[in-house]
Design a protein around this ligand. Structure first.
Ligand code: ROI
Length: 163
């Protein structure tokens, strides 16, 4: 039985666009993938770090949540993931934002992702993929953050297509 999951992608070290494109290609091996637009966003956390590129992938997969987490961590490692400091710059971050309608409280995984409702760099790409998406009965498009967002779109939803 396949589940609709949403994966947050972020990078602000190295060739971020290439890193994110390669990550999406690897996600495609785990199920059917569709990507949001690609955004540039100012860092949340220490301000003396580069802007991030952010996007969200909708993934329909047969993987159980923790197996999906294992696969995402593998992809992060393959990207040569570097994390210089807490809330600091990183080569590649892949976060499970939503996993079907499930609420998961596990030592390794909390779903919906903590902080989701405070992060426009997650909310805007989620809305690209489903403009009526709700989280715990909250319509994301009604959030003030969604209405006031000044995120910069750097590419349309086909940014990850490889030829
Ligand atoms: N800030 C932005 N803009 N985008 C991210 O993906 C991101 N990821 C993080 C922290 C350090 C919280 N800040 C971020 O993990």
């Amino acid at each position: 039985m396949s589940v609709v999951t949403y994966i947050g992608l972020g990078s602000n070290l190295g060739d971020s666009r290439k890193t994110l494109t390669e990550a999406v290609a690897k996600l495609a091996a785990l199920g059917r993938v569709k990507t949001s637009k690609l955004y540039q966003s100012p860092p949340m956390g220490p301000q003396d770090q580069p802007h991030y590129l952010n996007a969200v992938a909708r993934l329909e997969t047969d993987l159980a949540a923790l197996d999906l987490l294992d696969e995402l961590q593998k992809i992060e490692q393959e990207a040569g993931r570097v994390r210089l400091r807490h809330w600091g710059e990183r080569t590649l971050d892949l976060d499970i934002l939503l996993y079907g309608q499930e609420q998961i409280e596990h030592q390794r995984l909390t779903v919906p992702h903590i902080g989701l409702l405070e992060r426009d760099f997650v909310i805007m790409p989620l809305l690209d993929l489903d403009k009526n998406i709700q989280i715990q009965a909250q319509c994301l498009k009604d959030l003030a953050l969604a209405q006031d967002s000044t995120l910069l779109v750097v590419a349309d939803e086909f940014w990850s297509a490889v030829d």
